[in-house]
Structures are given as structure tokens and as C-alpha cells.
Design a protein around this ligand. Structure first.
Ligand code: FES
Length: 299
């Protein structure tokens, strides 16, 4: 018999379960059977969201939990959760590394302590919850993969329009550098739009598309009301409008990635979160640079 103790800051107390022979399976399967909320998406060693720390509690120094597959090793390496020494120790001395993928690590006949945190593959930054995301939290929920794709198509389509408008405004006043940046962002959004459309395949998503009434101010998260076709929009204002749009999109996808009960929807939303997070970081750098230029011009 193996005692498996789960411990996490997301749980009120540690929970110990008994994994009897013949019903052991992976750490993830035992966790799921006992409603232990280890994050996971793919269930197949591909995404890294189920990373856990495993402490072997038997005092005899014998560890049975090894069987580190190439797939698990590679993912742990990508996550920075295994060192070259630990890999060698696993291969040469059969010593298990401290971090494992819960979906790949099988429970053996030994007591272990499994510690986990939130999803390590999500950006650390927590979103400030926008009205758009709050609506999804309180009422509307994405109930199917098709519905998620329909919403993503709409959000990305409008993001492309938003960036085209901002790009045109910057071009009109000779700010070609910022105009080029916005055109690039419009291109990314079009790419996401095409990706979402190809995910939809031949499915008719028209009935699942969000109506304008779904969003606050009648604009999708990425098409912000801050930019209202102002002809005097400064370079800094345009960057801020772009940032606001990207932040709202980031929050929208982040909320779905964190709360959807469907692992496939969570996994798809996370892809968008990562890219939106990168766009937010780029715009923040541009804004910081703009401020710095203004400060030095004022000196
Ligand atoms: S759930 Fe994706 S690696 Fe385990």
C-alpha cells in the first residue's frame, strides 16, 4: 500500500490518500480520483502544466518512482525543473529528480509527498480583472470548444481592425515607426484569426458568435473605447490605447484559461494568453521608452 500525501497552497489542508495495488496509476490519475486540484491540460507529457514536486518518504533510501521517460525529461528540462546532474543521477543511479510530471509519474509501493502550486506554464502576472472578464466570471461562460473558437475569431478580427485604425492614425501624422508596430500587431491578430478559423474547420459557428451586447461598451476586449478616432491622438496615447486593448484581451483569455472546466478549452486559451502576454510586454517597453524620451526632452 502506498500513502500519497498531497500538499498545496491552493488546498486548505494536506490530503493523504491510499493508493492500493492495482489502482495506482499516475499521480495525476490518483489526484483526479480524489478531487485533488493538480493543474493539467494535455495529460500526455506535452504541456508541462502538471509539474509537481515529489518527496520520497520511505526511510530506507530505496526509491521506486523512477522510470523517467524521454518525454518527461525533455519537458522538465524546458521548464527549468531538472538539472544536468539530476538527469545523470536518474540515468546512472536510478535516483528520481525532485520534480515530476504528474501525468507521467506512476505511483509505486512507497509513501510519497506530492507538492504542487498553480499552473507553472501560465504567465506569473495576474490580470487586473476587467469588466469584460468579470462578465465571463459572473455570468457567461464558454461552454464548448466551438464557442471558444467563435469568441476568439471575433476578438481577433476586431483586434486587427483596431490596430489597422491605430496604424492609419499614426501614419497620417507621420509616426511611421509606431504605425509599423501597429501594422505588425494587426498582422499577428489576422494570423490568430486565421488559426481560429482553421480550428473551426467546416463547423458553422455563426450561432455561437458573441453579440455586441455581450461586451461592455459594445466593443470586444481588444477593441477599446479609449481610442475613438481622435485626430489628435499622440504617439503615447496611441500606444496606451493599444496596450489597453491587449491587456483586456490578455485578461479575457487568462480568465478562461484559469476557470474553464474543459482541459481542451483551457489549453487553447493558454496559447492565446502566452501571445497576448508577449504583446503586452512589447507595448509596455515602447511606452516606457516614450516616457523616457519625453523626460529627456523636458530636461
Ligand atoms: S498534463 Fe500536460 S504534461 Fe502533464
Amino acid at each position: 500500500m502506498a500513502n500519497v500525501t498531497f500538499s498545496s497552497p491552493v488546498m486548505a489542508n494536506n490530503v493523504t490518500v491510499y493508493a492500493v495495488a492495482g489502482h495506482r496509476g499516475t499521480i495525476l490519475s490518483v489526484a483526479k480520483a480524489h478531487r485533488i486540484p493538480i493543474p493539467f491540460d494535455c495529460g500526455d507529457g506535452e504541456c508541462g502544466s502538471c509539474v509537481v514536486q515529489v518527496k520520497h518518504l520511505s526511510g530506507d533510501g530505496v526509491k521506486y518512482g523512477i522510470a523517467l521517460t524521454e518525454k518527461e525529461k525533455e519537458m522538465l528540462r524546458q521548464l527549468g525543473k531538472i538539472t544536468p546532474d539530476e538527469i545523470e543521477n536518474a540515468e546512472v543511479n536510478d535516483m528520481p529528480p525532485p520534480y515530476r510530471l504528474a501525468c507521467q509519474c506512476f505511483i509505486r509501493d512507497e509513501d510519497i509527498m506530492v507538492t504542487f502550486e498553480g499552473d507553472q506554464t501560465m504567465p506569473g502576472r495576474k490580470p487586473r480583472m476587467s469588466i469584460a472578464a468579470a462578465i465571463f466570471k459572473g455570468g457567461q461562460e464558454i461552454r464548448s470548444v466551438d464557442q471558444f473558437i467563435a469568441y476568439a475569431i471575433k476578438v481577433e478580427e476586431e483586434a486587427a481592425i483596431h490596430f489597422d485604425e491605430l496604424g492609419a492614425a499614426m501614419e497620417a501624422v507621420g509616426n511611421t515607426e509606431v504605425a509599423d508596430l501597429f501594422r505588425q500587431f494587426a498582422g499577428y491578430s489576422r494570423l490568430h484569426y486565421e488559426e481560429a478559423k482553421s480550428l473551426a474547420g467546416t463547423a458553422d459557428l455563426a450561432a455561437l458568435m458573441p453579440g455586441d451586447h455581450v461586451w461592455p461598451d459594445l466593443v470586444t476586449p481588444e477593441r477599446t473605447a479609449l481610442w475613438a478616432g481622435d485626430p489628435d491622438l499622440s504617439r503615447l496615447d496611441a500606444l496606451k490605447a493599444a496596450l489597453q486593448g491587449e491587456l483586456l484581451g490578455f485578461e479575457f483569455y487568462h480568465h478562461i484559461a484559469e476557470t474553464s472546466p474543459d482541459p481542451k478549452i483551457r489549453s487553447m486559451a493558454k496559447e492565446f494568453v502566452k501571445e497576448e502576454g508577449e504583446h503586452v510586454a512589447i507595448l509596455e517597453r515602447w511606452i516606457e521608452r516614450e516616457w523616457a524620451q519625453r523626460r529627456s526632452a523636458a530636461e
